[in-house]
Design a protein around this ligand. Sequence first.
Ligand SMILES: C[S@@+](CC[C@H](N)C(=O)[O-])C[C@H]1O[C@@H](n2cnc3c(N)ncnc32)[C@H](O)[C@@H]1O
Length: 193
Amino acid sequence: MKNFFDIIAPIYEIIHFGAEKTFRKIESIAYFKSSDNVLDLGGGTGRISRFLANKVEKIVVVDCSQKMIKGCKKHPGLLCVYAQAEELPFPEQSFSKIIVVDAFHHFQNQKQVVKEIKKVLVNNGQVVIEEFNPVKMFGKLIVIIEKMFCLGSHLHSPASLENLFSMNGFKTRIVNENKSTYYLMAEKSTNSL
Ligand SMILES: C[S@@+](CC[C@H](N)C(=O)[O-])C[C@H]1O[C@@H](n2cnc3c(N)ncnc32)[C@H](O)[C@@H]1O
């Protein structure tokens, strides 16, 4: 369902609560610095990255829903860009950190997105991904709900997502491996260049 996020965009931040808690968790993994250029990929309305506004050098939100991007533009300090994660309109090594919250499983060509992430990250730059664990009860429920809405999403287990990034030369670490929501921290290793 291509326009699903266009439909729910006006109420997205009301129904998807708990943003600050999620942001604090990501912050504890990513250790943002004031010099960071941050990309929030599949960032929607900027629900998460709004907490970073004016705290880092630059924060760019990319999303492929026009309505989500319209919502994003209401948050001061965010640069909101309508684009596909599979084809990022940025030069190589533009960002020191990338976050992907509840979005990676929605990307249709995930292998291509990993390549794009690698392209736009600086050497030793990091990507932090928050995902639902499809092995856990809540993750299984998400799989069923997203199938009902024909979203075409694909959720990875922690090991499978870690493998996708390590195959592409990233150094990886999983946080909260046994919880319903887990985090992948992947660093672009200079050895893989
Ligand atoms: C569940 S929302 C999460 C939004 C935001 N990260 C958050 O946590 O509030 C998933 C987002 O991914 C976006 N998305 C899905 N596929 C995409 C793609 N190929 N390129 C860019 N954005 C995409 C959707 O438009 C949607 O806004």
